[in-house]
Structure formats: structure tokens, C-alpha cells
Ligand binder design. Structure first.
Ligand code: ZN
Length: 284
């Protein structure tokens, strides 16, 4: 599933493709659940010049010159692709035809993706967007902000990191990578973290995203755990392989319905203060 860096790549690609261009026609597959309850005619009215494409967590916020707008989410398998005029693209659920003749397809084999028309002025108040927590790239992320967002959670640290209402944009891959970089066990309780551990974790999240954004755009990041698949991550998908830091074999275990990857040596289960320190602050 795409996480913050891949959605940011989609945002940059859409921005580049639509710069100085106008969308002359939009087509939507009336049978696709991509648009959920929206009218196909409202989707097809999304035309003209795109004046901004923003991202919050895993959501894209599209603003058109005429005040129309849309929220888009890639879901599990959604992708924006630019193709020549007559190219036929399998699983194309929506098509934005540019005045250059090129077509931007929203391709989504598994139909978990979303394109929903929302007036541009209401994009940030849309329920799915308004409830999102801090976006580490858009909002920045200090140790204090991270602690504020997570310390009230009773869940295990990795599960709490994936809660989009606390921190927006991290999923299974980047939560595991951040915890490895910070040398924190994924099952730690947020309330047990020391100030130094919050600092390490905030830096690890920002560094992990910067690393992923630094991968060459267009590099295929392989999400399928197949032997031999290209895998640029430190621990994710590396079960049984030596830890890049200490050579201990990476372990994998289920956590919150997903598979977590960690180094048992670098990420000890005990750490920080032995007993949770008293806290005055709680997340509202
Ligand atoms: Zn290690």
C-alpha cells in the first residue's frame, strides 16, 4: 500500500504533467466504486486548469481554477499514469484528457482508491482530511509534537505510529523502518518512552521519509515480499537476513494484523525508563 513518499511522488508527477496545461475533458467509469457516492457527472465536471495539488498524509487535494476540487486516495493499488491519446489502459477508472492530447489515467485494479469531488474551499474540512494528524513532511515533526500526538495512546508503538489521526502518512513499511532507525522495539508502549527516545523517533521518521523521497523517482519500489525483489528498506521485507547494523538476523512477527520486521538486538524490548514516567500532558 502506498505510504507518504509514494503519494508525494504522485503529487509531484501530477503537478509536472498538468503545469501550463488544461484538462479539456474528464471521463469516469460509471461502474467503478472509485467515486463512492458521488455523481459521475460531478467527477466529469472536474476540468480546466489545476491550480494546486496538495498532499496531507496519504490524501491528495486537487484545486481547479473554477473553484471545483477533489480528494484522491490511491488506496491499495491506485496509480496516476500519463499516456498518449489513444492508449488503452487496463483498470483505468478515470481519465483526465489534457489539451496536449495526453491522458492522465487513474488506474486501480483493486478499486480501493478514491476520487471524490469536493469544492476547493472545503477540501481541508472534508471529514477524511480534517481528522488527519500531523504530516511529517508538510507540518514538520519535533520530538515534542510526536510525544504530544502519541503519548496518550495505549496501543503498541508501531500500531500507534500507523494511526493516521495521530501521525498522517506512515504505514506498515515506514513505521517499521522508523522504529529500527530509532532502535526502539515495535511493541513498546508510547507512555514508556524517554525524552531521548522521542527525539530519536522523531528524527528517524523524518530521516526515513527523506531517504524514501531521495530514491530516484520512477525507481520501482517493490512492496511484494518476493525473493530477489528489489527492496531498498533496512528491515522491512528482510526477515532472516542480517541486520545492516549488527548482523543479527531480522525477525518478523504479527502485530495489529500486519507483519512487523525488527532487529532483536538493536531494538530490545526493554529500554528507556523501566517504569513509565508520570505525564501531565494527554492528547485531547
Ligand atoms: Zn541489529
Amino acid at each position: 500500500m502506498p505510504e507518504l513518499p509514494e503519494v508525494e511522488f504522485a503529487r509531484r508527477a501530477l503537478t509536472k504533467w498538468t503545469k501550463g496545461r488544461s484538462i479539456v475533458r474528464t471521463e469516469a467509469d460509471p461502474k467503478a466504486r472509485t467515486f463512492r457516492g458521488s455523481k459521475v457527472s460531478d467527477v466529469e465536471a472536474l476540468t480546466g486548469r489545476l491550480v494546486s495539488i496538495e498532499r496531507k498524509g496519504k490524501y491528495l487535494l486537487l484545486t481547479f481554477a473554477d473553484g471545483k476540487g477533489a480528494i484522491a486516495h490511491l488506496g491499495m493499488t491506485g496509480k496516476f499514469l500519463k499516456r498518449k491519446a489513444d492508449a488503452v489502459e487496463k483498470w483505468s477508472r478515470a481519465r483526465f484528457v489534457l489539451d496536449s492530447g495526453d491522458v492522465i489515467h487513474f488506474q486501480d485494479p483493486r478499486l480501493f482508491g478514491l476520487i471524490e469531488p469536493v469544492p476547493a474551499s472545503a477540501l481541508k474540512q472534508a471529514p477524511a482530511v480534517a481528522k488527519l494528524g500531523l504530516d511529517p513532511l508538510v507540518d514538520g515533526l519535533s520530538a515534542a509534537q510526536l510525544e504530544e500526538a502519541l503519548a496518550g495512546s495505549k496501543q503498541e508503538l508501531k500500531v500507534a505510529l500507523m494511526d493516521q489521526e495521530r501521525i498522517a502518512g506512515l504505514g506498515n513499511i515506514h513505521a517499521a523502518e522508523a522504529l529500527f532507525r530509532a532502535k526502539l522495539h515495535p511493541a513498546r508502549k508510547p507512555a514508556s518512552l524517554t525524552d531521548d527516545e522521542w527525539r530519536r523517533l522523531a528524527k528517524a521518521i523524518v530521516d526515513g521519509i527523506a531517504f524514501a523521497l531521495g530514491l530516484e523517482e520512477g525507481d520501482e519500489i517493490e512492496y511484494v515480499e518476493e525473493p530477489g525483489a528489489k527492496n531498498p528498506f533496512l528491515v522491512y521485507g528482510h526477515e532472516g537476513e542480517p541486520c545492516p547494523t549488527c548482523r543479527t538476523p531480522i525477525t518478523a512477527f504479527p502485530q495489529g494484523g500486519r507483519t512487523t520486521f525488527a532487529c532483536p538486538t538493536c531494538q530490545p524490548k526493554s529500554g528507556g525508563s523501566k517504569s513509565p514516567k508520570p505525564r501531565g500532558r494527554k492528547r485531547a
